[in-house]
Structures are given as structure tokens and as C-alpha cells.
Ligand binder design. Structure first.
Ligand code: SF4
Ligand code: SF4
Length: 75
């Protein structure tokens, strides 16, 4: 079973009421972690490559994306 299916646990949280499916977060992620699902909503396609850099939430023009948690090592 793949560990990167969109229904698996992810630490980014998207507010579907705010996301306008612009793809900016997908394009700016330095690790190519994110992709759009069939509805155009970003999800962590390559979750294990995430650096927790927070770029995705920083660039979102709608404040629709947040990191739910950050590993204790870099808090
Ligand atoms: S925290 Fe950084 S590496 Fe992880 S998904 Fe967001 S932009 Fe990509
Ligand atoms: S940048 Fe924000 S509004 Fe655009 S696709 Fe990503 S979460 Fe949605």
C-alpha cells in the first residue's frame, strides 16, 4: 500500500472554503511535495520529502494552507 495516497495522514491543512486552486503552493514548494488532487486541492503527494519549511503556507494568497504541526527538532 502506498504511503503517499492523499487520504493518508498529512500535516498540511487546506481550508476548502478559502483555497482557489491557484497552484502557487504546489509551484513554490522547494521539494515538489505537493500536487493537486482531482478537485484541484493540494495534497502531499511526496510527504516524506517535506522539509517543514513553511513556504507553502507563506506563499498562499488566501491563507488557505497551514502546517498543522512541526517536528519538535525545529520548533
Ligand atoms: S513545508 Fe516546505 S517542503 Fe513541506 S510541503 Fe510546504 S513548501 Fe513543501
Ligand atoms: S496557494 Fe493557497 S489558494 Fe492556491 S492552491 Fe495552494 S492552498 Fe489553494
Amino acid at each position: 500500500m502506498s504511503i503517499n495516497k492523499k487520504n493518508d495522514y498529512q500535516w498540511i491543512k487546506i481550508d476548502p472554503g478559502k483555497c482557489v486552486h491557484c497552484g502557487i503552493c504546489v509551484n513554490y514548494c522547494p521539494r515538489d511535495v505537493l500536487a493537486k488532487d482531482d478537485n484541484g486541492v493540494p495534497y502531499m503527494k511526496h510527504r516524506d520529502d517535506c522539509w517543514y519549511c513553511d513556504v507553502c503556507s507563506f506563499v498562499c494568497p488566501k491563507n488557505a494552507l497551514v502546517l498543522k504541526e512541526v517536528p519538535y527538532l525545529i520548533k
